[in-house]
Design a binder for this molecule. Structure first.
Ligand code: AMP
Length: 181
């Protein structure tokens, strides 16, 4: 498949498996619940295959999943690519030496951490999460990846909240989402 064809593929049927939860976890936020997609064998398999299809497996050494829903997407992708898997976690969860980065959410701020030795110098890393909202989480993770010596091969999410402009905070990175709101 050519690069231009990849961009034209329409994955919007997956929207039938994304549930909108108004005012969760706080008033004014519409939470995109991916659990119906995960629970459906056709939708989940398609989601993993379509993300895998967009990237060249020979250009990815490790897949990095962002706690917690990112793990669910990152693990099958790593298996598909025969790549390693790295968890990026919220503060205080990792048992070994860490690097950390403060980040902003659509709702609140927090800190992300990765093991210092999770990435070898120059390894090409695909960063994965379920939702791209303001882009703060993905941006902090990209910085963290680079700080421990990795090269960001791409940032992939199932869905993107385009109206929040997260993509503009990720300039210079190959950012891919299957569906856009
Ligand atoms: P952001 O840093 O704003 O791009 O937020 C991305 C992170 O917050 C991801 O880990 C998402 O799981 C979560 N998130 C933010 N907004 C939403 C939303 N409206 N629905 C579901 N998850 C969200």
């Amino acid at each position: 498949m050519q690069a231009h064809e990849r961009h034209e593929a329409n994955h919007d049927w997956l929207k039938d498996y994304i549930r909108d939860i108004p005012d969760f976890p706080q008033k004014g936020v519409t939470f995109k619940d991916i659990t119906p997609l995960l629970a459906d064998k056709k939708a989940f398999t398609y989601t993993i295959d379509a993300i895998a299809h967009h990237f060249d497996r020979d250009e990815i050494d490790k897949v990095l999943g962002i706690e917690a829903r990112g793990f669910i997407v990152a693990a099958p992708l790593a298996y598909r690519f025969t790549a390693g898997l790295i968890p990026v976690r919220k503060k205080g969860k990792l048992p070994w030496q860490i690097e950390s980065e403060e980040y902003e959410l659509e709702y609140g701020t927090d800190r992300l951490e990765v093991h210092k030795d999770a990435i070898s110098p120059g390894e090409r890393i695909l960063i994965v999460d379920d939702v791209l909202a303001t882009g703060g989480t993905a941006r902090a993770t990209a910085k963290l990846t680079e700080r421990v010596g990795g090269k960001v091969a791409g940032i992939a999410t199932i869905l993107e909240l385009g109206f929040l402009g997260g993509r503009s905070r990720l300039e210079g990175y190959e950012t891919f989402s299957l569906i856009r709101y």
